[in-house]
Design a protein around this ligand. Structure first.
Ligand SMILES: Cc1cc2nc3c(=O)[nH]c(=O)nc-3n(C[C@H](O)[C@H](O)[C@H](O)COP(=O)(O)O)c2cc1C
Length: 224
């Protein structure tokens, strides 16, 4: 076995200038905040969570609740990195939150990205081919059926602007987010299964300048 040493992250004495990726404009679907959610208690959720591999259709409200619980922006923090830091339900190294959540709905070809500030879904132009092949790849591991495919597209340049040797921070952020999704999906009575594939090359293809990289794929659906 070859263990690839990702280095030991250290904060830079001064930030490395970074111009963040700007998502193309698309058609926006505004989602609604959940209001009061009736959920099982946390101990019950921790004690009973299991990965599930059968995926029925998720309605917009269920998807909205999941995204809201895991990754909406609760507040921005001023920063000198060239982009805002944010507070969200899950922790992130340096409060940078470099991972974008991109989704493929079963009945709609193409990717949509989750806008965590607006709590909205925005279509990504010209993404039909990449979403279709990503879904096919997911299906070859765990059939996605009527489920939603979630792709984590990291923007490592953000984390690298603050830390040297930041690779492992991005991967650890991906793990934290995956854990949040798995628990929140279970609490919302949804099926959820992480996949071992990274989301490459599809995540990388979303930006021609190479600022995005896949750090995870997962499927979520309603329980049958
Ligand atoms: C990083 C990661 C990758 C995974 N990849 C797959 C996968 O490719 N296919 C699959 O069926 N399950 C996958 N799983 C789910 C595990 O198989 C599952 O968590 C494990 O069997 C324990 O079961 P539990 O989640 O129900 O507790 C993955 C889980 C993690 C955390």
């Amino acid at each position: 076995m070859t263990w690839i040493d990702l280095g030991n992250p250290t904060p830079r004495p001064s930030p490395l200038p970074y111009i963040p990726f700007e998502w193309p404009t698309g058609t926006t679907t505004q989602l609604s905040p959940p209001g009061v959610l009736e959920l099982p208690n946390l101990v019950e959720v921790f004690n009973s969570r299991r990965s599930k591999r059968s995926f029925g259709l998720v309605d917009e409200k269920q998807l909205s609740n999941l995204l809201w619980l895991c990754c909406r922006i609760q507040g921005n923090i001023r920063a000198d990195l060239g982009f805002p830091l944010s507070l969200r339900p899950c922790p992130s190294a340096g409060s940078i939150h470099p991972i974008h959540v991109v989704i493929s709905l079963p009945e709609k070809p193409g990717w949509m990205r989750y806008d965590p500030l607006e709590h909205a879904l925005v279509t990504l132009p010209d993404s039909y081919a990449t979403s279709a092949t990503a879904r096919l790849n997911a299906d070859s591991i765990v059939p996605s059926e009527a489920g939603v495919v979630l792709m984590f597209a990291a923007e490592p340049g953000k984390t690298f602007s603050k830390y040297a040797d930041a690779n492992s921070l991005v991967w650890r952020d991906a793990g934290v987010l995956l854990g949040y999704f798995s628990l929140a999906a279970h609490a919302l009575r949804l099926s959820f299964c992480p996949l071992g594939v990274t989301g490459e090359p599809w995540a990388g293809q979303l930006d021609k300048q190479g600022r995005l990289v896949g750090v995870g794929l997962a499927i979520v659906g309603s329980c049958s």
